[in-house]
Design a protein around this ligand. Structure first.
Ligand code: NAP
Length: 281
């Protein structure tokens, strides 16, 4: 069994991006730029935004952090995002979710043009992914694909099972695996006989949000198990996979923390550079 080291891979990616960002700056006279918009004072969101800004610094990407009070109006947030959309120094825009309840997130996200949608959440980018065309892909599933690639795990011809069908993880994950020529099954809360479906998986991705949901009897001997889950149990982080029981059956497994988690910001930075390069074409 090999424990996939997402922390190391993410650090490698940040170092690679630093070089690529420096080349970009040399060529175009400016750094790739990422704007992050935070509305309100949610402590978890503040940590996420801080980490994204720090990640930008490490990758040689210019960050523009915009903090609006929780009382900000729909009009104010939309106006800010629209200004960022028009700003030539901003190549990617990220609105930190969740937004305060009085705001219409869908309308605010719609102000981000697809070419600056570094989260890959827009209908255009999801459509491009579904059609296997170039576009921006959601960071977490993209991070999973990068881990597979760097560990030379080729999904081609493999049976892949994704548990979860959310727009930000499960659905794009399934599409990416399909685009990589895996035979993909997507499971969700209405799936019947989940255990036996999971037992067929060569690659099993858990994106459920339930601690230790995937148990040893759901995993085929030699499977690759990717745990996207981030749950808090007694103040500690826990994945969706019962790591201690499952690990010995697997060929590769991601731990929580230190597996998929660190890849998300690394892919956000990667997406920012890709958007910046496309903007200069
Ligand atoms: P979500 O929107 O709540 O989706 C969860 C999915 O799991 C849904 O599709 C749901 O099915 C399915 N599900 C729930 N209970 C199930 C059951 N008993 N059997 C089978 N399927 C079941 O969650 P998410 O946003 O995709 O996130 C999933 C996990 O990944 C969470 O722990 C989250 O914290 C973590 N996450 C991690 C990162 C990262 O950076 N590593 C990024 C994003 C999310 P239905 O559709 O039928 O309801």
């Amino acid at each position: 069994m090999t424990c996939i080291d997402g922390k190391r891979i993410a650090a490698d990616i940040r170092a690679e991006l630093r070089e690529k960002s420096a080349e970009f700056e040399k060529k175009y006279g400016k750094k790739p730029g990422l704007a992050v918009v935070l509305v309100g004072e949610d402590p978890a969101s503040q940590v996420y935004v801080r980490n994204k800004v720090k990640g930008c610094e490490e990758a040689g990407i210019r960050s523009f952090a915009h903090y609006l009070p929780a009382s900000a109006s729909q009009k104010e947030v939309e106006a800010l995002v629209s200004d960022l959309a028009a700003d030539e120094n901003v190549h990617g825009i990220l609105v930190q979710l969740p937004l305060p309840a009085h705001l219409d997130a869908e309308r605010i996200l719609a102000c981000i043009p697809a070419c600056k949608d570094v989260d890959g959440f827009s209908a255009e980018n999801i459509g491009r992914l579904a059609m296997h065309e170039e576009g921006t892909v959601a960071c977490t599933p993209l991070g999973v694909m990068e881990l597979l690639r760097r560990y030379q795990i080729d999904p081609c011809g493999k049976r892949a099972v994704v548990i979860g069908r959310s727009n930000i993880v499960g659905r794009p994950m399934a599409l990416l695996l399909l685009n990589a020529d895996a035979t993909v099954t997507v499971c969700h809360s209405r799936t019947k006989d989940l255990k036996s479906i999971c037992r067929e998986a060569d690659i099993l991705v858990a994106a459920i949000g339930k601690p230790h949901f995937v148990t040893a009897d759901m995993v085929k001997e030699g499977a690759v198990v990717i745990d996207v889950g981030i749950n808090r149990v007694d103040g500690k982080l826990a994945g969706d996979v019962d790591f201690d029981a499952v690990a010995s059956k697997t060929s590769y497994i991601t731990p929580v923390p230190g597996g998929v988690g660190p890849m998300t910001i690394a892919m956000l930075l990667t997406n920012t550079l890709a958007c910046a390069e496309r903007a200069m074409r």
